[in-house]
Design a protein around this ligand. Sequence first.
Ligand code: NAP
Length: 334
Amino acid sequence: MRIQAVRFSESGPPAEVLRTEEVDLPAPGPGEVRVRMLKAPVNPSDLMFVRGNYAIPPHLPATPGFEGVGVVDAIGPGLLPRLLSGRRVAVLGSLTGTWATHTIVSARQVVPVSGRLSDEQAAMFFVNPATAWLLTRVVLNVRPGETLVQSAAASSVGRMVIRLGQRFGFHTVNIVRRQDQAETLRVLGADRVVVSEGPGLSAQLRSLLPQGVLKAIDPVGGEIASELASSLGERGELVLFGTLSDAPLAISPRALMTPGAVIRGFWLSQWMRGQSLLNKLRIVRSVARLVGDGTLATVPGPQFSIAQIREAVIAAEQTNRPGKVLLDFGNPPA
Ligand SMILES: NC(=O)c1ccc[n+]([C@@H]2O[C@H](COP(=O)([O-])OP(=O)(O)OC[C@H]3O[C@@H](n4cnc5c(N)ncnc54)[C@H](OP(=O)(O)O)[C@@H]3O)[C@@H](O)[C@H]2O)c1
């Protein structure tokens, strides 16, 4: 079958290397399904993958896109594919790429989604929601009354964390890089907002949290993560989960040594690989409930066809975007 797919043959700036091409798609094999894609988000991890900066190297030529929503329109042999035939599904962590009119994926990598969820929310159903949920509820287990500090707080993940704080009773101190983002986050329910481009971040954090930062998450790295690490209090914990600044940390060993603080990493794919099937199902169920009630919803932004891939990736990297950029494959729903 001939399909339209976004592809790149060399790593580099997404607006320069991505093309929309007609390619052959084989029939789904045993245990696989073919998904007719409806929508897929443009996430920072997709753009890093195209640049060749992601944890998974691309096998060139490659199609980007780790998640999205679509309808199962062909199946390979197996019970699970049969159960999914014709269903609208969220594609989770596809390694074959969701930025195409159709994709082949293992039946274990898709989840049927409730009819109540819009295509937009279903397309963004897992990567960010599961990350926000796992970081706060499992990895750091932020309890009611505790304070979590987060950077890039105006990101989609950041906004979910603020809503999780409201729902589960923990406070959030939110670092953003521009003053105009502060008011938006306060309206959303942020307890405190700190602008990193104002006076020294560590001094601002010290005045808000005199005992030091005890729980923090950071997807930026570089200067912001270094200041967060240097602000950790007694047995403080900082979880690094992104590389938005593409810069390394510079901290004194004493920043961790004296308070007995720790820095560790989190990557959703690695986390999920270590879980039993039952646990994975529990995580998907918990996340689905919270996406459904709006706690882990994502603000959708402008939508583009795959022929407009260049415009889409440029829009996705603009600062202060109105919401998450999505690709719309022009396929009719089931
Ligand atoms: N480890 C994992 O498994 C995992 C899973 C999901 C997401 N993530 C990571 O989580 C992060 C957020 O993802 P998202 O989809 O929520 O992002 P998003 O909605 O696309 O928003 C990105 C945000 O990051 C801010 N930002 C970009 N570069 C920055 C920099 N150099 N310094 C400070 N802030 C910067 C932007 O601020 P402006 O508005 O000012 O531009 C924007 O608010 C990404 O790093 C992503 O890779 C990691």
